[in-house]
Design a protein around this ligand. Sequence first.
Ligand SMILES: Nc1ncnc2c1ncn2[C@@H]1O[C@H](COP(=O)(O)OP(=O)(O)OP(=O)(O)O)[C@@H](O)[C@H]1O
Length: 275
Amino acid sequence: MAQRQRQVEAPEGASYPDLRWFPPGTHITVRGLKKAFDGNPVYVGFDIDLPKGKIVSVFGPNGCGKSTFINMVAGLMPIDAGQILFEGKTIAETRIGYVFQNYREALFPWLRAVDNIHYPLRLMGVPKAERDRRIEELVAGFDLKFDLNRYPYQMSGGQQQTVSIMRSLVIEPEVLFLDEPFSALDYEMTLIMRDQLQKVLVARGVTTVLVSHDLEEAVYLADKVLMLTRRPSRIADYMDVDLPRPRDPSTLTDPRFIDLKARTLEVFQNAVRAS
Ligand SMILES: Nc1ncnc2c1ncn2[C@@H]1O[C@H](COP(=O)(O)OP(=O)(O)OP(=O)(O)O)[C@@H](O)[C@H]1O
């Protein structure tokens, strides 16, 4: 059943907005978010709760502000007004990972894949034995069919993006942001990567915010799909995807999946027409 964002009520005695209190099961609380570029508003007081340990896909018309949204939540872009907290903590107190769309520029070309993955742990001062343990664990979670001793230029796009994802996960992020991570890959590779990503994220229970241009992908991966309107962006719908996991290629022909996709498409078309 499609579920609209509910109004959050602060407990008795709490001043609103009091984001030190957050609804049970919520990880990220966004209140009164405002952002404009050169006087053109993208967000004009946006509120949303993102659930803990779940995957939320962000979907909407071109230029509606999907990347702006995750960049602001990830702390990569300043906000004009509002508040974003992670179980009451600030972004600075939260361990996050970010996977960029453009994998070609994301990895250090002079480092082998394995050293790219070691890199953030080195920065954090994690001892070598612990770094090796974490990478081993990560490798076990991914079904790797390539050698991590290669340099990025020796790897396919899908392999490079897998390494980027591994590098973002090796720090054991509380929240992972992905901005159209598969859009530069061919369809076959996208299908493989989706399943890899789903497997690892579900096993690790990482709160994930994923921007996708692809409706099928948005629904396939998500526990919830956040549908945005045209600018200034509002919530067109915030839909639960209650399909069992793990999802696999047979999910794509499951009538419930097809129905959810159709409903999402309808919301999208209404959002586009309404503006
Ligand atoms: N740094 C910036 N300076 C000026 N305008 C910007 C900037 N970043 C984004 N915008 C504008 O804000 C709007 C939202 O951009 P954003 O990239 O967040 O949208 P999107 O939904 O991710 O787009 P797309 O579907 O094309 O990926 C667009 O009109 C864009 O041109």
